[in-house]
Design a protein around this ligand. Sequence first.
Ligand code: PLP
Length: 446
Amino acid sequence: MNALPPRTSRIMHRGAVPPPIAVGGHGVWLVEQGGREILDASGGAAVSCLGHGHPRVIEAIKRQAETLAYAHTGFFSSEPAEALAENLVGHEPGGLAAVYFVSGGSEAVEAALKLARQYVLEIGQPRRTHFIARRQSYHGNTLGALSAGGNAWRREPYAPLLSPAFSHVSPPLAYHEQRPGEDEAGFVARLAAELEAEFQRLGPDTVAAFVAETVGGATAGCVTAPAGYYRAMREVCDRHGALLILDEVMCGMGRTGTLHAWEQEGVSPDIQTVAKGLGGGYQPIGAVLVSRKVRDAIAAGTGAFQHGHTYLAHPTACAAALAVQTVLREENLLANVVAMGERLEQGLVERFGNHRHVGDIRGRGLFRAIELVADRGGKAAFEPGHKLHLRIKQEAFARGLACYPSGGTADGVRGDHVLLAPPFIASPAEIDLIVERLGEAVDAAI
Ligand code: PLP
């Protein structure tokens, strides 16, 4: 049960103490050095959608590495990249007709922002230099993506380097943002009015795009929007000729029960980012899905997207992602996401519904979070020095559970939450075990 003793390492790790070494994985389980098995309840950061060691994905990687591991996109395309593009946008879901492959989520967001900027230039609207995003959001750690993000703690050290092209409006987080006595429609109308006011403040013809995570992930924890929210936001964007960029790096590729989270919102984006669940962690890969409108404007103008990285459309990464997406479809895993998502929600409600330190249980599909509060009535967060999220992570780990806690956004408003994003292959018994171990960890940590 107990973790191995601390060790030294020359890697600059994410925390002050080097983490244990993972040496294997199978299904929903990770194996650490020494042989202890850990239930991977968050797929890392909502990455490992097929779990670990899936033979079909491993075989696809091997085959591609033997055939052609890498070819530079300045010279060649590759068979797996073409096939993956066809798989993702061949049927033009929601009008998305083209794809740009990158190596991860932040790269996808950077590319999406530059694509939006190039689009407005192509259509002769160079004054559109602003992007409106949301507070309590996360879009990645590179400077453009961090500028878009609304996580005060992540932004603060780099504030002088961040772009003034970005401003932020309120998130649709009902638990904190919906006012007493305000119904859902009123809440949506107020958020739409706030977006409209931000367009007016900036000058409506200076805004290139509104950027949002369809279901908010890392910063505030599985924030689903109230019904009608995205239709209302889309209307504001359309009125002023701005693009809608939906960041589905974390919530996309099946995580919420539909392949794209926007399918449940009655809108489709002009530009969409995906990453984590695209390759399921088997290879680093992300993508920007591009609407016909944007693609055609670029084709008719400059002719090509003015951007690039060395590892664009990496053949081995594309082969892995194609295998992941094929397994997802052939094994009908979205149905399991819906069924296990409901079971997880029910389990969390039973275990934490009356817990005095759990203020909110939210999310969709296999993307769920609990928010921890010092005072349930007043929704007050624990003091930042409490470091509750780190203690929960430790207590969970000691019980053989890896979950994804976050310590709020340090803007004085939000508290700690724990995010769960188990692999889509999780069984009922494994879902129940996640709830059981998390319950023990939360009680031990508080
Ligand atoms: N966008 C969203 C919504 C994310 O959740 C993340 C990562 O958590 C990113 C972008 C950045 O992705 P990456 O860490 O792969 O750069």
